[in-house]
Design a protein around this ligand. Structure first.
Ligand code: SF4
Length: 753
């Protein structure tokens, strides 16, 4: 924090926690309050950029609905209690339940905001290990698990995700993503708008494939409507074209690639003519896309949420990187490259060039037999694991920054299931649609009260960097750090009691970690950081042992936390560099182009090719003023016209008798929601779009502003059993629906006269 006048204004800097772009913010404070937020010009990564959400950090911090005191439910009502009372209640109820039913009787549910808080992210995994339950669920299976799986199978690690090197790229093909609004996802790229403009200004081309003419599509050189769920066929047609027209150029990667022939044989039947009708793109256009990609020296393909949350999510994610590899653009400047983070990145640890790879399906979910993936089970299985009696039935639940009652498919069923639990504890900043079912809620900190380092997003950034944010404001009286909250929960679970010595426990866990990861250096490292604790200590170890680190003195010019803290705006670690073969952790030491699991799944795609296209298909959408379910209570983002509208093409509106600004009913199976209609030709005919994360009209929540404009819950229509079978990811997009107008009261009266 820089003091300009102690009586008046001070300046502080914080990485924005609201989305994956991780912009550096400059906050002006006055007498302990945030007066102004703007982009931090000297930030080495975001250089002053921010979007409208960034300024809402003030609203989040000051939100009167944000929880500041633990709550216990007594006689169906929440009452404020002290931290000790809250933990006494947890200790009274959770350990006996574990003793009687076993650890699998406790589910751990992790939400998306965890990844934006270093404290939570670094200690949630420790809590999960200590709990040792098979029932771990997270937002990953509602979002990006397909990309993590395909990356793991191809490159050997769940987070080895190549990202477009946009500042040197001359042809960028974007599928199912809207970076003009999101600023990247699984691709940290603040100010995409200017970077895309620069790409075009240097003669490059931006092509967007999406069933909606999104904000990104509007700024592109070419936009192609694709039938929802048809991306996999477009991608297969492109890969087939590369082989058929002898356009495959592996270049420098040739000795590092395995499975080329298998891949060629597997895609041979997916000619552009065969896939064209299913994806809605002419065969010649598919060929032209493949040729442009192959013949542009610096080019990349990027696919995101729309390609993940569908029936063929893993196949799509795989084929995106197959295209990058076959055209020589993987790991090449201007193509799709691997970040090299300063800390916590598995693909910079251990022996380089090969590894154990990844495995899935080490166990199955108890009720429907869904395979485990990345240590967790599909979120769609949670309700049935609670509802279904028998050994291993989930009877208690710990949720951390998670709102699956809104974000997972068929949330009403899940909400009813949560009511059946014998005990539920939530760590959350809100009493929301999920935490209302809890028995105890432990409030998290405001992001302004906590230190931060981007553990995950530095691994997905378009440029290498390291930045640290110190706490900006003091915590509420009595409020512990979030890592302390999780550690205290861990102590209760381990039988050490809520009054356990947290420093001693933290030391014990670090010593165990170091024994596993640092071998002969474990004691030396432990002694060097023995005076520290918590997330900061883990960061210190991560930075010093990382690829740019000082190696605890062996490389005196290297990075450590003190050095990082003295920088204003962080440290730029340069553009992405080629990392193959060093980055690979597959057992073969090669890029696996044709993993058996993926090749086998092509038969499912082949049999889907002939599927009749439904009359109306529902897709989701990302909005500039919102990200998932947790920003709808912030005044600066909530003001203005209602945003939870269903976008409908004029031809569909006319066919269905829908009015612009009118109400409509969307039905999927037996479930129905009512929505506001917005008619626009930005939608592909036959496709309707609704944003997700809305539906704040459930009793018992404490979200006053969100409840005043609740919107409709898209996910309520989705089927919890419909999943990409490989990744377990929920299908939240590309689902066939029916839609009909809802008569206004006056119209109804006229009709019945
Ligand atoms: S783009 Fe994302 S990180 Fe940047 S200011 Fe907006 S919400 Fe924050």
């Amino acid at each position: 924090m820089t003091e300009t006048d102690p009586a008046k204004e001070t300046t502080a800097y914080r990485i924005c926690p609201f989305c994956e772009a991780c912009c550096g913010l400059e906050l002006t404070l006055e007498r302990g309050h945030v007066k102004r937020i703007r982009g931090h010009q000297a930030d080495v990564f975001s250089a002053g950029y921010l979007c409208p959400k960034g300024v809402a950090l003030k609203d989040l911090h000051e939100d009167p609905d944000r929880l500041r005191t633990p709550l216990i439910k007594r006689n169906s009502r929440f009452v404020e209690v002290s931290w000790d009372e809250a933990f006494a209640e947890i200790e009274r109820r959770l350990p006996p339940l574990i003793a009687q039913h076993g650890r699998d009787a406790v589910a751990l549910v992790l939400g998306n905001p965890i990844v934006h808080k270093a404290s939570l992210l670094l200690y949630a995994s420790r809590l999960g290990r200590a709990l040792a339950t098979r029932n771990i669920f997270s937002a990953s299976t509602l979002d990006q698990m397909p990309k993590q799986l395909s990356s793991g199978l191809m490159f050997g690690d769940w987070l080895s995700v190549p990202v477009p090197d946009i500042e040197r790229c001359d042809f960028l093909l974007v599928l199912g993503a809207n970076p003009m609004v999101s600023n990247g996802s699984l691709w940290t790229v603040p100010n995409f708008r200017d970077k895309a403009k620069a790409l075009r200004a240097r003669g490059g081309k931006l092509v967007v494939v999406d069933p909606r003419r999104t904000e990104t599509a509007r700024a592109a050189d070419q936009h192609l409507f694709v039938r929802p769920g048809g991306d996999v066929f477009l991608l297969l047609g492109m890969v087939q074209t590369l082989f058929a027209e002898n356009l495959v150029r592996l270049g420098r990667l040739a000795p590092h690639v395995a499975g080329l022939e298998t891949l060629q044989q597997s895609v041979a039947g997916f000619t552009p003519e065969k896939v064209s009708a299913r994806c809605g793109i002419p065969a010649e256009t598919i060929r032209e896309l493949a040729r442009s990609l192959a013949t542009t020296e610096r080019a990349a393909v990027y696919g995101r949420i729309g390609t993940c949350t569908q029936d063929f999510g893993t196949l799509c994610s795989w084929l995106v990187d197959v295209l990058n590899t076959l055209t020589g653009h993987l790991d090449a400047p201007g193509g799709a490259m691997f970040a090299k983070a300063a800390a916590f990145q598995n693909n910079t640890l251990g022996k380089s060039g090969s590894g154990k790879g990844i495995v899935t399906g080490r166990r199955k979910s108890r009720v429907s037999g869904a395979p485990e993936i990345f240590g967790e089970l599909p979120m769609g299985c949670l309700a049935e694991e609670i509802e279904t009696p028998g050994e291993g039935q989930v009877k208690a639940l710990i949720s951390i920054s998670s709102n699956p009652a809104l974000s997972s498919p068929h949330g009403t069923r899940l909400g009813a299931a949560l009511e059946q639990l014998e005990f539920m504890v939530s760590v959350d900043i809100y009493l929301n649609e999920t935490t209302r079912h809890a028995d105890v809620i432990l409030p998290g900190t405001s992001p302004l009260e906590d230190m931060h380092y981007d553990v995950a997003f530095t691994q997905l950034s378009h440029r290498n960097h390291a930045r640290y944010s110190a706490p900006v404001l003091p915590r509420s009286p009595g409020q512990p750090d979030e890592w302390q909250v999780l550690l205290r929960l861990l102590a209760v679970i381990q039988g050490k009691g809520a009054g356990a010595d947290l420093k001693a426990l933290d030391d014990e866990l670090l010593a165990q970690d170091l024994k596993r990861t640092a071998g002969p250096y474990a004691d030396q490292i432990f002694n060097a950081v023995a005076h520290m604790c918590g997330a900061e200590r883990l960061l210190e170890v991560g930075l010093r042992t990382g690829p740019y680190g000082d190696q605890f003195g062996a490389k005196p010019d290297g990075l450590n936390l003190d050095k990082l803290k003295t920088t204003v705006g962080g440290i730029d670690l340069g553009p992405l560099t080629s990392r193959v073969p060093e980055v690979l952790r597959t057992p073969s030491g090669k890029i696996e182009l044709a993993p058996a699991m993926l090749v086998d799944d092509l038969s499912r795609a082949a049999s889907d090719l002939q599927r009749e296209v439904p009359e109306l298909i529902l897709i989701g959408r990302r909005q500039l003023h919102s990200n998932n379910s947790w920003m709808h209570n912030l005044p600066v983002l909530a003001k203005g016209a209602a945003r939870c509208t269903a976008l409908v093409n004029p031809a569909d509106a006319s066919r269905l008798g829908l009015q612009d600004g009118g109400k409509a009913r969307i039905t999927q199976g037996k479930r129905t929601i009512e929505v506001d209609v917005e008619i626009t030709d930005e939608m592909m005919p036959g496709v309707v779009s609704l944003p997700h994360g809305w539906g704040h009209d459930q009793p018992g929540s404490r979200l006053e502003i969100a409840a005043s404009n609740p919107g409709a819950n898209l996910n309520q229509l989705m089927d919890e059993d419909r999943r990409d079978p490989l990744s377990g990811n929920a299908v939240l997009s590309g689902v066939e629906v029916q839609m009909e107008a809802v008569a206004r009261p006056m119209e109804f009266a006229e009709q019945t006269q």
